[in-house]
Design a protein around this ligand. Structure first.
Ligand code: MN
Length: 231
């Protein structure tokens, strides 16, 4: 009987252990494996864009982050701590820590079969924005009016409210250097490298396509976790 309980609890323990390792991990940082094939999000995001984005751009942020941390002697800090104190860091750490965190989140919140938002998340979206469609249109506004390169974010504010913001470059709401702070649960990369091969200058077409491949199960999981952290 004891052994059966052990077998039952083992996967849960391993899962929890992996989660905490990811949260507390320090340099050298590593890129997680992409959770789907490069062509899995076709036709919305093309395979060539995915491959270059993951294997060149994201990989580049990770290796430059490790180099920048080594140079500034900050190798003992977790990514969360780095972002939370980024105003004290070099520009190289800020840009590449953001680049790593943001892309790691981005791959996880996309999926060819992402299911539906949880009842809790749907209710929070209705409460904060009026409806799912209004939330999407507010996100699209934030993403399309971001001048140059940056991100649009759906995030849980420090007060526990769902909100939308956008940030330039590789900044994000986890950083102490930005105005609107909190925990992002979904983000849209609006750097041209995220869409130019397929959509060229038509950022709006890319934004419409993104909503077809949202991993709502992962966004809901992130919502739950961010809500718990804000309590
Ligand atoms: Mn990108």
């Amino acid at each position: 009987m004891k052994f059966q309980i052990f077998l039952f609890a083992l996967p849960l323990f391993l899962f929890t252990a992996c989660e905490s390792v990811a949260q507390d991990a320090t340099a050298p940082f590593e890129q997680k494996k992409l959770p789907y094939a490069y062509d899995a999000l076709e036709p919305h995001i093309d395979a060539e864009t995915m491959e270059i984005h993951y294997s060149k751009h994201h990989a580049g942020y990770v290796s430059k982050l490790n180099a920048a941390l080594k140079e500034s002697g900050k190798e003992d800090q977790s990514l969360k701590d780095i972002l939370g104190n980024v105003s004290q860091m070099t520009d190289a750490v800020r840009n590449n820590a953001g680049g790593h965190y943001n892309h790691d989140l981005f791959w996880s919140v996309l999926s060819p079969d992402g299911g539906e938002a949880s009842e809790e998340l749907k209710k929070a979206i209705d409460d904060s924005f009026g409806s799912m469609d209004k939330m999407k249109s507010q996100m699209n506004d934030a993403a399309s009016t971001r001048f140059g390169s940056g991100w649009a974010w759906l995030y849980v504010s420090s007060a526990g409210q769902l909100a939308i913001t956008s940030t330039p470059n590789q900044d994000n709401p986890m950083m102490d250097a930005v105005q609107e702070r909190g925990t992002p649960i979904f983000g849209i990369d609006v750097w041209e490298h995220a869409y130019y091969l397929k959509y060229q200058n038509k950022r709006g077409d890319y934004l419409s396509a993104i909503w077809e491949v949202v991993n709502w199960e992962e966004v809901s999981r992130r919502y739950e976790s961010a809500k718990n952290d804000s309590k």
